[in-house]
Design a protein around this ligand. Structure first.
Ligand SMILES: *[C@@H]1O[C@H](CO)[C@@H](O)[C@H](O)[C@H]1NC(C)=O
Ligand SMILES: *[C@@H]1O[C@H](CO)[C@@H](O)[C@H](O)[C@H]1NC(C)=O
Ligand SMILES: *[C@@H]1O[C@H](CO)[C@@H](O)[C@H](O)[C@H]1NC(C)=O
Ligand SMILES: CC(=O)N[C@H]1CO[C@H](CO)[C@@H](O)[C@@H]1O
Ligand SMILES: [Ca+2]
Ligand SMILES: [Ca+2]
Length: 588
């Protein structure tokens, strides 16, 4: 026994007799007190599919308000909403026409204020989605630009075309849009081309114009001023293009990759001038200063989550640099991009440890298993691993993020070619393989109950069909049932508040190609979380972990596990069933 632990025991016995415990406990706690944003669970709501309050088949703000108590009940303290702003909906809200207004079909500003008020009452933070890379071509700004209004003309990037040897007008350079073909679109009324890194209907904003920078900061101020707790920022690595002044006033061509011979393909070029520009990080740090203006007033941290699918090294830059602070939560997509059902336990371990190893010591890690752009966990891995992945997301050190429906193990819905509405699916023009590109399967309506449309809506037809199997896979059934994903989730949400998970240290191991485990420990309390990713049973030796020698208590199991909670297992030869996931606690 070391000095530290004998001291702990001495203090403990003293506290029992002298009742000093509460006092000492507080003193210890104050040293490393965590703020709301470091401990809460973040729950992503895709508003169109969460709850329809007025029977038009489309989810809306009043629907969300009516279900906030559900979030509270399952232990969620913050929710980020995919865009709710005014939009022509070519890309379901990621094409914004007015950053200061609510889209009609989602409700009114008054509805939004009601949502905020109810959330405040329940102590749930509301986070909005900020889409800075472009506006919709139907935005007032773009329409004014087309009319020759100079201020708004300068909000976008306009260039003259070049005349080729045949006398035809061609785009200013070789840049290609993410959705194929030239990133430049000619506008007759202006006599110039504008840049769009995404679809033609999404003109890029010119972040080298200080008016644009200020306008977008005002958008942030507007919503933070209303009481929003922060923003999730969409795809920021496309914000800046190269500074043309450094290239003689002309945007430079991008070099070829050699991957494809088709100059219309996005992969044809190496995007050194249109992605991951240094100025992007600076803009994130500037936005953080705006967030901090609000914190200075009331002491409450406003949180920034950034979305960028980039290398872990680049992701780290969003945290900040030197004295400058950036996003508290640069999304870590390792569990989405780096691993799937075929991954070995060693690959899982590597993917999880990488972020923890690279991140600055004073920053929090974060864990994301799903969102509105990726197939669901139950479909990417296996329905049998739903509980195991929730254990990983909620019990690893750092911030847990849940996409709506993952708490009940929703599966991807089948959406026929006729019913497909996602532009990424439709643009394939391929009635056979469209589903591989479509994001509709993970966006099907939330499954509340066994009622019509899974209790999502009373409409005869919902905007996307409800997934099959909702009659048994739904919130109500899982609240009433005993061994259910939802009950596991709720238990994990409670467990997560314990010191071992809030403050404890972390160590992980791949016991063999199938079984991944990690240990969290703090002040003599030790937990082991173990997930068997395969349909094969194993016996493992947990004495591998220091201080794990004899007996452990089963604290949580996945819903098919043959073990029951409260039972005792032996560290040196733990039988792990097929697909089994467990949380164990060392018995002192
Ligand atoms: C093991 O237990 C001892 C005594 O309680 C403690 O001092 C030490 O930090 C523990 N080591 C680990 C790695 O848990
Ligand atoms: C916006 O762009 C789309 C193409 O994406 C086009 O069909 C539509 O007419 C444009 N709208 C305006 C107002 O320019
Ligand atoms: C383990 O998962 C696989 C794949 O989902 C499934 O076929 C098998 O029945 C599961 N085994 C057990 C014991 O649950
Ligand atoms: C990288 C990326 O796709 N960023 C966002 C910018 O706009 C497109 C089109 O609206 C969105 O789909 C993306 O999420
Ligand atoms: Ca509705
Ligand atoms: Ca841009």
């Amino acid at each position: 026994m070391t000095i530290a632990s004998s001291k702990a025991i001495a203090i403990k016995s003293k506290m029992k007799t002298l009742l000093l415990f509460p006092l000492l406990f507080l003193v210890v706690q104050a040293g490393n007190e965590l703020e709301w944003w470091e401990t809460t669970i973040y729950y992503q709501i895709y508003p169109r599919s969460f709850k329809d309050s007025d029977g038009d088949g489309i989810g809306d703000l009043n629907g969300i308000t009516s279900k906030l108590e559900y979030l509270k009940e399952i232990g969620v303290g913050a929710t980020w909403l995919s865009p709710i702003f005014k939009s022509p909906m070519y890309d379901f809200g990621y094409d914004i026409a007015d950053f200061y207004a609510i889209q009609d079909e989602y409700g009114t500003m008054e509805d939004f204020d009601n949502l905020l008020a109810k959330a405040k009452e329940l102590d749930i933070k509301i986070i909005l989605d900020f889409v800075p890379n472009h506006t919709s071509n139907e935005s007032v700004w773009f329409q004014e630009a087309l009319k020759g209004h100079e201020k708004y003309y300068d909000y976008f990037l306009w260039e003259d075309g070049v005349v080729d040897e045949n006398g035809n007008l061609q785009p200013p350079n070789n840049w290609v849009s993410v959705f194929r073909n030239s990133a430049w679109e000619y506008k007759e009324e202006v006599g110039k081309y504008y840049l769009h890194q995404f679809v033609i209907g999404q003109p890029d904003l010119n972040y080298r114009n200080p008016d644009v920078v200020e306008e977008m900061k005002n958008v942030i101020r507007f919503w933070l001023g209303k009481g929003v707790a922060g923003f999730r920022i969409d795809a920021i690595n496309h914000m800046f293009e190269a500074d043309k002044e450094m290239y003689g006033g002309q945007f430079p061509d991008e070099p070829r990759t050699g991957y494809t011979d088709n100059p219309d393909d996005y992969e044809y070029l190496d995007h050194i001038h249109t992605r991951d520009q240094d100025e992007t990080y600076d803009m994130v740090y500037q936005w953080r200063e705006v967030f901090d203006e609000f914190k200075e007033k009331d002491g409450v941290t406003r949180v920034m989550m950034t979305e960028a699918y980039a290398t872990p090294q680049l992701i780290m830059r969003y945290f900040g640099e030197g004295e400058r602070e950036g996003a508290q939560i640069p999304f870590n997509f390792a569990l989405i991009s780096d691993v799937d059902e075929k991954s070995s336990a060693a690959e899982i371990k590597y993917a999880l440890d990488q972020f923890l190893t690279l991140k600055p010591l004073d920053k929090q890690a974060n864990w994301v298993t799903g969102n509105h752009d990726n197939f669901r966990v139950a479909s990417r891995f296996s329905p049998k691993l739903v509980d195991g992945l929730n254990m990983i997301v909620l019990l690893l050190p750092g911030i847990g993020v849940t996409y709506m429906g993952e708490e009940i193990g929703m599966v991807d819905g089948f959406v026929s070619w006729e019913d497909t509405v996602d532009p990424r699916g439709c643009n394939t023009n391929d009635p056979i393989n469209y589903w591989q590109s479509s994001r509709d399967p993970e966006r099907t309506p939330f499954q509340w109950s066994a009622e019509q449309n899974a209790g999502f809506s009373t409409a005869p037809k919902t905007w996307l069909p409800v997934a099959e199997g909702y009659e048994t896979l739904n919130v109500q059934a899982q609240l009433e049932g005993e061994r259910t994903h939802l009950n596991v989730y709720k238990t994990l949400a409670r467990l997560r508040t314990e010191d071992a998970f809030r403050h404890g240290r972390y160590e992980s191991v791949a016991f063999n190609s199938d079984v991944f485990a990690f240990r969290r420990w703090h002040n003599g309390e030790i937990y082991i979380v173990l997930v068997n990713f395969r349909d094969v049973s194993h016996t493992v030796d947990l004495t591998y972990f220091e201080n794990v020698t004899e007996e452990l208590e089963v604290v949580v199991t996945d819903i098919q596990s043959p073990k029951s909670t409260g039972s005792i297992v032996h560290a040196s030869h733990l039988y792990v069933a097929e697909n089994e996931s467990l949380v164990l606690k060392v018995v002192n």
